[in-house]
Design a protein around this ligand. Structure first.
Ligand SMILES: Cc1cc2nc3c(=O)[nH]c(=O)nc-3n(C[C@H](O)[C@H](O)[C@H](O)COP(=O)(O)O)c2cc1C
Length: 158
């Protein structure tokens, strides 16, 4: 059976996710970030998380070579951040508030939760690469709701 691309995407879009910004940095200190909803937890012990990245993404090389990445889970009022980091090649960092923790990868100051990771492994995922990260440090906020993504559009809880 051949898989129709449009129908496949529509089926995948039935899985409601949160929205994250995955970030990384180069040895020269150049910052990279992409909007990603492919984030997931992997393991509690050791603490591992994953996301997948399109092989054609401009930022791919930086993520592959840096040996680290950070995941920032967006709040429901951060659609504009999601849109900013979903743009190819734009200067995405103008006016963005961030901190640096252990790895040098940017941690978005107002994220609902953040995970600073050393890259544990990178796996073939067809037209994507799957990045598994070992969490070195994390933070989550007690208050606030996540931004959701479902059937190709943003949603809020409730
Ligand atoms: C809600 C949403 C989720 C996305 N999830 C992913 C993802 O998981 N992996 C990915 O490679 N691209 C994802 N994208 C697309 C990238 O954010 C987009 O291609 C971005 O331009 C990549 O940045 P770059 O070209 O600077 O590397 C998503 C976009 C949106 C709007």
């Amino acid at each position: 059976m051949t898989v129709d691309r449009r129908a496949f995407r529509d089926a995948l879009g039935c899985f409601a996710t949160g929205v994250t910004v995955a970030t990384s940095t180069t040895p020269k200190g150049e910052l990279h970030g992409i909007t990603a909803n492919s984030f997931n937890s992997v393991s509690l012990n050791p603490p591992l998380v994953l996301f997948s990245m399109d092989r054609s993404a401009y930022s791919l090389k930086a993520f592959e070579e840096s040996g680290c990445f950070a995941i920032n889970i967006l709040r429901d009022d951060q659609i504009s951040l999601s849109s900013t980091f979903a743009q190819a090649l734009a200067d995405k960092w103008d006016g963005i508030a961030y901190e640096i923790w252990e790895t040098g990868c940017p941690i978005l100051t107002d994220a609902l939760a953040s995970f600073d990771c050393r890259t544990h492994s990178i796996h073939d995922g067809g037209d994507h690469l799957i990045f598994v990260g070992r969490v070195l440090r994390h933070r989550s906020q007690d208050e606030g709701q996540p931004l959701l993504y479902f059937r190709g559009t943003y949603h809020h809880i409730g």
